[in-house]
Design a protein around this ligand. Structure first.
Ligand SMILES: [Zn+2]
Length: 161
């Protein structure tokens, strides 16, 4: 079984401190992208190269905005927490899409969100079984912190890399 939990994913790959350092230019993009790779590649059997690409693209986009757009720059100074949360949400959205592509067609159980205000429509799906790639899924909506437990045979995880 594979558990995809956005909140844990964020803690692992994009903790607040790291994103803040990154956005303020104190951490190189390459270093940051690399730090995203290993835990994910191992846990979900994703391609290291692909994760690096996805992470780098997201981070680059935000960093460029901080550099070139004075409104975003001001936002980082005024309310870093909000910008950090946006970056985290975006990374989770992108990585989530990779995970969904990899496990398309497998069955999964919808896990509850730990967001402060969970989506009432998503709450109806808690504990129910669905197919990856079929209809709306946890993480499809921006900021959704629902998770999923994907039913995959153990052996399948070691394939790939
Ligand atoms: Zn949700």
């Amino acid at each position: 079984l594979i558990k995809y939990e956005p909140s844990k994913l964020i803690k692992k790959i994009a903790p607040e401190k790291k994103v803040k350092r990154l956005m303020s230019g104190n951490l190189t993009l390459k270093k940051a992208a690399l730090s995203f790779i290993d835990p994910l590649a191992e846990e979900f059997g994703l391609s290291k190269k692909r994760i690096a690409e996805v992470a780098l693209k997201t981070l680059k986009g935000y960093r460029n905005r901080v550099k070139s757009d004075s409104a975003t720059k001001g936002e980082l100074k005024a309310d870093p927490a909000q910008l950090i949360q946006r970056v985290q949400n975006e990374v989770v959205l992108q990585i989530g899409a990779e995970i969904k592509t990899k496990f398309e067609g497998e069955r999964y159980i919808w896990l509850p969100s730990d967001a402060e205000e969970p989506d009432p429509e998503h709450q109806l799906n808690y504990g129910r079984e669905f197919i990856v790639g079929d209809g709306e899924m946890p993480g499809d909506r921006y900021g959704c912190r629902c998770g999923m437990q994907i039913k995959v045979p153990e052996t399948q995880l070691n394939l790939g890399e």
